[in-house]
Design a protein around this ligand. Sequence first.
Ligand code: NAD
Ligand code: MG
Length: 392
Amino acid sequence: MRSVTVLGASGSIGQSTLDVIRRHPERFSVYALTANRRVDDMVRLCLEFRPRFAVMADPKAAEQLAVRLPDDGVTDVLAGEAGLCQVAAAPEVDTVMAAIVGAAGLPPTLAAANAGKRVLLANKEALVMSGQMFMDAVARSGAELLPIDSEHNAIFQCLPSDRMRDLKGAGVRRILLTASGGPFRTFSREALRDVTPAQACAHPNWSMGQKISVDSASLMNKGLELIEACWLFDTRPEMVEVHIHPESIIHSMVDYVDGSVLAQLGSPDMRTPIANGLAWPERIDAGVKPLDLFALGQFNFERPDLERFPCLRLAAEAFEAGGTAPAVLNAANEVAVAAFLNGKLRFTAIPVMIERTLACMTTEAADDFDGLFAKDREARCKAQEQLPKIAV
Ligand code: NAD
Ligand code: MG
């Protein structure tokens, strides 16, 4: 029986995780559920899964949840970052699903890593921000870091399990990282200027949270994933080649020196990588419908267009620059995406805001996590300052 904490239980990945857990009550029990503000969802989830703890990042929401849960001593309500870190590191927990969106997920994900848990990593921003420091924490504690991002989970499945961070030893020539291309794949540069948040969030293949949907539309998601792949598999951007594959059936591939290319395929449903991580090295039913290749008929591939989608280039450059450049890129992107979703920034101004933020900051490596969080805050301020200067 695995005891699981789900960070970000009210979100898209959180709900898919709970759906897999729901199918296997003999294998998994829920120790803690966390959310930011969505009290209604948490009441419903707590009544179904009866966790030991429910954590609301927002203290007001925590008070409301405590009032609404039955007074039967089953679930204690905690609040804030301290509560998130407590349930991520608790000795009773062996698996932590890291599915908070953005930099806010780093402290509890790091707490899980420091405590030596099986960490199921969906929260790519946490790793992009902290890179080497996070990987060092994993190595020190002996935590088991398993990728949930569908592409990275696919690569993980296509590698020998003992060579996840030894691509050369495994005989890998390169990694082929697939991307759907998002809803604006075929849009002209002019048409991209006027796209709306609703259009950006209507992903052709995947149903996801708003932030990652916008990132998919700008290709920043692939940029973050390129950095994520470099850290997870201890490799360099030149070893990772992005392939636009609009059908989103091949979730990524590994090209070996003998000419073999191994791919992982499946319906675009996050329950597959989630079930893989939860049960690894076993396989369990994820509730995903079998792939119908006859209905699909064909697969297509294109090169990414870095002119129309500069975010992918910016991310690769930030990784090359090293230090805190990826953390600054991530923070500026979070500010830009929020502004776009609030109607305050054009879609095509997202990379402009990121590039200007990077240009006006120093990005030397941080000495420790406090230094990293300070850099993250500084980048958010600088990005906000750009907002009035970038014409809407
Ligand atoms: P979502 O917006 O649907 O859910 C986000 C979750 O994070 C919610 O539970 C929310 O309550 C919580 N949250 C938000 N802000 C918080 C804060 N400040 N403090 C604490 N909790 C907070 O997002 P999602 O689509 O489920 O994505 C979650 C993560 O997984 C992201 O990092 C995303 O990039 C990654 N991911 C998602 C998918 C997908 O298909 N949705 C695929 C691959 C990777
Ligand atoms: Mg992905």
